[in-house]
Design a protein around this ligand. Structure first.
Ligand SMILES: [Zn+2]
Length: 278
């Protein structure tokens, strides 16, 4: 079964909330770009992202990224922070502030982890602002710049809103982003123990090198005996090593978009940035 099919099955109940019109808009959003001029990639890149942010992603996941000297992106829904879910405990504000301080990117999910196609453009824009404002008040200096669609469900209206307010939108449609990319529906591959094996990992990385592509991974928890939506520390380590062996840079989503748009610069850890500027 493909990762997409597994996820589709898991969100069957949620999909029932979607009208025919919303489902159609999601399908169209996979194919209709939201910007007339799409960025083009000129070199291979890998990004590691975590959704909802279980505490193990903040602890073990971020520590592994740090050990490799690379940055990840952690997509947050305000309402989930500090709560216990069926599969993991979600990180609290302190843990998020800590990884932000170390230079990792905090990204935006919907405020209440709502399915995007259930919101019209106005409500979606208000939701994004609410999440951005909430996180800015919890973690001083934090500005959410990149978005991930909860459960991977997008809409044409949401893509238009994002194109005015955020740098990118990440889906859960697997595959490689290459050539001219639709940066408001970026493909991402599950960093799940049950989905990603050595053969697929090597294929994605080799394809990225051959086509100057951007391989984005999305995961949740990072622990031994992870949930069906997470991975072992060994799989994350293998992913980072596979990129490293091929000389592929591992970058946050902000940095990946900056490179795609031809503008400089990964955000530096907060202390380093203030030292340099002061
Ligand atoms: Zn999520």
């Amino acid at each position: 079964m493909t990762p997409d099919a597994i996820l589709d099955r898991d969100v069957t109940e949620l999909k029932a909330q979607l009208s025919f019109r919303a489902r159609l808009s999601h399908r169209l959003s996979r194919h209709i770009p939201s910007a007339p001029l799409l960025p083009r990639l000129f070199g291979p890149m890998v990004s590691v992202t975590f959704d909802d942010v279980p505490d193990s992603a903040c602890e073990t996941g971020a520590a592994l990224l740090d050990a490799h000297g690379v940055k990840g992106t952690f997509y947050v829904s305000r309402t989930l922070l500090g709560t216990a879910t069926e599969h993991w405990r979600v990180a609290g504000v302190e843990a998020l502030a800590e990884i932000h301080r170390r230079g990792h990117e905090i990204g935006c999910h919907t405020h209440d982890h709502r399915l995007v196609p259930t919101l019209d453009a106005k409500r979606f824009a208000a939701d994004l602002q609410r999440n951005r404002d909430a996180l800015a008040s919890l973690v001083p200096g934090l500005v959410l710049e990149n978005f991930a669609f909860p459960y991977g469900y997008a809409s044409l209206a949401a893509k238009r809103v994002l194109s005015r307010t955020y740098g990118s939108g990440r889906s859960i449609m697997p595959g490689l982003n290459a050539g001219r990319i639709d940066h408001y529906f970026l493909r991402a591959n599950p960093l799940f123990d049950r989905c990603l094996d050595a053969v697929l990992l090597a294929r994605l990385m080799d394809e990225a090198v051959a086509r100057n592509g951007w391989v984005i991974f999305f995961g949740h928890d990072v622990t031994e005996g992870a949930s069906p939506y997470g991975c072992s520390p060994a799989l994350l380590e293998a992913t980072l090593l596979a990129a490293n062996r091929r000389g592929i840079p591992v970058v946050s989503m902000a940095e990946g978009m900056a490179r795609a748009l031809g503008v400089a610069g990964e955000r530096r850890p907060v202390e380093e940035a203030s030292r340099l500027s002061g």
